[in-house]
Structure formats: structure tokens, C-alpha cells
Write a protein that binds this ligand. Sequence first.
Ligand SMILES: Cc1cc2nc3c(=O)[nH]c(=O)nc-3n(C[C@H](O)[C@H](O)[C@H](O)COP(=O)(O)O)c2cc1C
Length: 217
Amino acid sequence: MTHQIIKDLNWRHSTKKYNANKKVSKEDLTIIYEAMRLSASSINSQPWRFVVIKSKTARMRMSQTFAHKFEFNEPHVGESSAIILFAHNPEYKRENYAEVVDKGIEDGRTKPENREEAFGSFFFAELNTDENGNTSPWTKAQLYLALGNTLHTLARLKIDSTPIEGLDIDLVNQEFKKELGGYQCEVALAIGYQHTQDYNAKLTKSRRSLESILFEI
Ligand SMILES: Cc1cc2nc3c(=O)[nH]c(=O)nc-3n(C[C@H](O)[C@H](O)[C@H](O)COP(=O)(O)O)c2cc1C
């Protein structure tokens, strides 16, 4: 019998058309947001920020960012239940890690007297910081872990989604500069429920064979 995890992963697909009349419930949104928050990241850095586009005004602003590029992704802005902007901190600093360390103390994971010691792991961030203070390749990698975790969570909830790299990144970052607070949006995720005309829902899933990608040694 096929395991439920495999069934869920086969069920999920990148939705190409959404049913504008069906919205993700508040209860499900709470689960999705909590799953995002619980995503794993190197040294627990959590170098991310998520901006959820739901209101009419925010959707209009998002729509405008498709004026010059990737117009095919634009219909999701109006038809999906929400678009989540996934953004990372391109200059992750010690003060950002301090927030993680102090939350660890607040959560009872780290003893207050071990605060300085907890900063030991920050050398991983330093290893991934260039001479200009840029941490993008590293922080972006963490962001995509959150994206993958969210995709799986949505599949388990039987909520449709579309990861969207087809964005005019410069325009998105400019339009939502205030909400992004210095974080850099790289990818968005539309969530909602498929339309009967979502052609991708009917296509067979296709992936490279296991033998060509995985080697047990
Ligand atoms: C990071 C990322 C970016 C993607 N960007 C887009 C996009 O801009 N528009 C789109 O329709 N699909 C996009 N996709 C969907 C992929 O094409 C899709 O995941 C892949 O073909 C596998 O198909 P499946 O998701 O239906 O299983 C993206 C997927 C990922 C993971």
C-alpha cells in the first residue's frame, strides 16, 4: 500500500489556475503559518520574513509588479486565496542572531548564563559572509527550506499552491519595501484551490528516476 506521505506528494502539483471563489480557512492559515515558523535553518538563524498578500489593495499592488515580466503568473494574484512573499535577510549580522539567542533563553532552551556561549555557532554565519557583509547565498538557501516545508504542509492539508520565481524581483522589492523591512524577496507562493481548468492537475507527475539521482553506498 502506498504510504500517505507519498500519496500527498503525488497529489501536490503546481496549480496553474485557481478557483477565485474558494478561500483557505483561518484555521488552515494558522497551521500553515505555524509550519512556516517551525522550518529548520542553519544555526537556527531563521533569516526570513513572510509577507502575506490578501487584501484587495495589496493584491492590486502585487498585480502591478507583473507589468513587464512573467505576466503568465499574474492571474494568481487575483484568483488564489493569498500570495506569500518569501524574503531573506541579505546581510545577516550578529545582532540578528542575538534575537535568536535571546528567544532561546526566553523559550527555556538556553540558560541565561550560557548566552555568550550560544553565540559560538555564529561562526557559521561568518563563514558565509563576504567582505561586503553579504550573506545572500546562505540566507537564500535557508529561505528555500522554509518554502519546501510549506509546500509539503500544504500538500498534507490538501491545499493547492504554486511556487513563483517568475517575479519581477526588483519591482516586488521596490513595491513592498516597507513591509519587507530590508529583507529581500526571492520567491512567492500562491495558495488556494484549483479551478476545474487547472490543466496541471490532470497531468501525470514526472520526475527523474530514483536510480539516476540517488546512490546508496
Ligand atoms: C522555486 C520554484 C519556482 C517556480 N516558479 C514557477 C513560476 O514562476 N510559475 C509557475 O507556473 N511554476 C513555477 N514553479 C513550478 C515548477 O515548474 C514545478 O514545481 C515543477 O515543474 C514540478 O511540477 P509540480 O510542482 O507540478 O510537481 C516553480 C517551482 C519552484 C520549486
